[in-house]
Design a protein around this ligand. Structure first.
Ligand code: GLU
Length: 310
């Protein structure tokens, strides 16, 4: 629960403090992997393997309208092609709906949730912080509503292994946020917390763009009495206009024809300085070198890496 925990003890180190290490990669099946997502996958894989950890694969397929047919096999095949082998079975969010609803019920039991019937149009004027229009409404017989969780006006602090100490007050920065959408789909913020807990994940390595979500996730971990994982947000890859490589910016799917060369490129972007002698090595040798020499602190405080990609 919140309270004295809300100011966490800082662990000023790029090393994970928990053992055994359990990490994960959690792509959304909105298309094949592009270089930006493979970059994150590689970072989380190397970090897990460097610490003799487990590296789990989760498919974030809850947002069904965004799922693209064929994306899951394409993602699995791409990871295999790059020898990024995960441990255990693939975890699919779509197979854990009951678990999310259990968590919703627990939050409901804490009188933490309320129906929000605000229209998109009404919310458009408040893109950042929800002003709490529905917080004190009495009616609950709404036919269509989102569920929001009440935030506390309290600053949370956590240590990101490369971005440093992060302090955020979710109430001021986001307001009460949605955990179940109007269309009935469990929102990412809640799903990720339940998933990481169920999978025993204690190390989250992912892109910098998700740092903005992390305080809300820490808040939910606390409410649900789940241990909070450690976080490391690696830079995102952006184009010359500063836009994140993503399917929305029509980033190309990873070219799987020369995976060794692609791995070297990604290691360069991860600032790992792969030696020239590695440039013609086979994939297993490149990965062995990269695991052995993994130094995430080289990414310290870097939020984005610009690459000209056409
Ligand atoms: N599925 C999310 C994405 O593809 C990642 C979620 C996470 O790592 O927490 O951006």
């Amino acid at each position: 629960m919140l309270g004295e925990n809300s100011f966490r003890k800082a662990i000023p180190s790029s090393h994970p403090s928990v053992s055994p290490y359990i990490g994960r990669f959690a792509p959304s099946p909105t298309g094949p992997l592009h270089l930006g997502s493979l970059y994150t996958a590689l970072a989380s894989f190397l970090d897990a393997r460097r610490h003799n950890g487990r590296w789990l694969l989760r498919i974030d397929d809850l947002d069904t309208p965004r799922n693209v047919p064929g994306a899951v096999p394409a993602i699995l095949e791409c990871l295999r092609r790059f020898n990024l082998h995960w441990d255990g079975e693939v975890y699919y969010q779509s197979q854990h709906i009951d678990d999310y609803f259990d968590a919703v019920a627990r939050l409901q039991g804490q009188i933490r949730l309320y129906h929000c019937v605000c229209s998109r149009k009404r919310l458009a004027a408040y893109p950042e912080v929800y002003p709490g229009f529905c917080r004190d409404r009495q009616t609950t017989d709404d036919s269509e509503y989102a569920l929001r969780v009440k935030t506390d006006d309290e600053t949370l602090s956590f240590e990101d292994r490369i971005q440093g100490t992060i302090r955020e007050n979710p109430a001021l920065q986001h307001g009460d946020f949605i955990i179940k959408r109007k269309d009935g789909i469990i929102a990412y913020q809640l799903a990720v917390v339940v998933d990481d807990h169920l999978q025993g994940v204690n190390q989250v390595v992912r892109g910098f763009d998700l740092l903005d979500s992390t305080a809300r996730q820490v808040f939910l971990h606390d409410l649900l009495d789940y241990p909070v994982p450690e976080y490391m947000h690696v830079p995102i890859i952006v184009d010359s206009q500063g836009c994140k490589l993503s399917k929305q910016t029509r980033a190309e799917a990873v070219d799987e024809n020369d995976p060794a060369a692609t791995l070297i490129l990604l290691l360069d972007w991860l600032k790992q300085k792969p030696p020239a002698s590695l440039r013609h090595a086979a994939i297993p040798d490149i990965l062995d070198w990269a695991i052995e020499n993994w130094q995430p602190q080289r990414l310290k405080k870097i939020r984005a890496i610009e690459q000209a990609i056409d």
